[in-house]
Design a protein around this ligand. Structure first.
Ligand SMILES: NC(=O)c1ccc[n+]([C@@H]2O[C@H](COP(=O)([O-])OP(=O)(O)OC[C@H]3O[C@@H](n4cnc5c(N)ncnc54)[C@H](OP(=O)(O)O)[C@@H]3O)[C@@H](O)[C@H]2O)c1
Length: 236
């Protein structure tokens, strides 16, 4: 039987990586939600497996139309706090009203449950969303944790230097999340607070093939790294 996957924020870089995999699977239909479908490559827009709802994240009626008859709704929004809190809340409400069997919050990176509110400001909406979502038991997913390995690197400065730099960038314009987001990620990836421990889900999903950090990095050349972030999923 075909599986219908609904992706809010289908134009995101992360989604492009996900679509590359999903469109290789037999019997997968995709519903996408975004403001501007023209950001998607032609082969995805014209695919018979893909249907796009082009509206703003604030439109409850469009969100309900999008979430209808889906097997899973995946949120890939990334933006200002209003989008990540209110926008995700509207989406979760639409999923609940349409009885979507499963909803997956936007995040997919460090284990934000180990952070206190305010430590990594861009993760506060994810913490709120997880708490809000407990009221919508029908359509929630549990947190899943996967890893293959972890690595330590020599830093280009001390951890305290990084902490100070990121706080200065954040205080300057808190609403400009892209000015400090990467710095906060770097900090909480290396300070140990969000490391994954033994409560992993690898064994539950054997088709998710973990790769070591070393294997992941091997195909990339050093000169490509500065553009890697912006080009993520560009070949999907
Ligand atoms: N990039 C990374 O390195 C990275 C790493 C780990 C995890 N992630 C996670 O992956 C997810 C997506 O991140 P990304 O970097 O791929 O995002 P991105 O490329 O910046 O895309 C952001 C998405 O949010 C949508 N969006 C923004 N404002 C919106 C609004 N007001 N209404 C409706 N949609 C709006 C954009 O749609 P429009 O096309 O309409 O603008 C776009 O689809 C996030 O959960 C992020 O935490 C990313």
């Amino acid at each position: 039987m075909a599986v219908t996957v609904a992706i809010a924020g289908i134009t995101s870089k992360f989604t492009r990586l996900m679509l590359k995999n999903l469109l290789e699977q037999p019997k997968v239909n995709i519903w996408g939600f975004c403001r501007n479908p023209k950001k998607l490559p032609e082969h995805i827009r014209s695919s018979t497996c893909v249907t796009i709802v082009a509206r703003d994240a604030g439109s409850s009626s469009a969100l309900r139309h999008f979430a209808k008859r889906c097997d899973v709704v995946i949120c890939c929004y990334l933006g200002e706090t209003t989008l990540m809190t209110e926008g995700q809340k509207l989406l979760v409400e639409a999923c609940d009203e349409e009885n979507a069997p499963r909803y997956i919050d936007s995040d997919y990176c460090i284990d934000f449950t180990k952070l206190e509110y305010g430590q990594h400001p861009a993760k506060d909406p994810m913490k709120h969303s997880l708490e809000t979502g407990k009221a919508f038991a029908k359509s929630r997913t549990n947190l899943l944790r996967f890893t293959e390995d972890s690595q330590c690197f020599n830093s280009l400065g001390s951890q305290d230097d990084l902490y100070n730099t990121m706080q200065v960038a954040f205080q300057k314009v808190p609403s400009n999340i892209f000015a400090y987001l990467a710095l906060f990620y770097q900090y909480y990836c290396i300070n140990g607070q969000t490391y994954l421990k033994n409560d992993l889900d690898n064994a539950r999903y054997l088709d998710v093939k973990p790769v070591t950090f070393e294997k992941f990095m091997q195909p990339h050349k050093l000169v490509e790294l500065p553009d890697t972030y912006q080009n993520a999923g560009a070949d999907a």
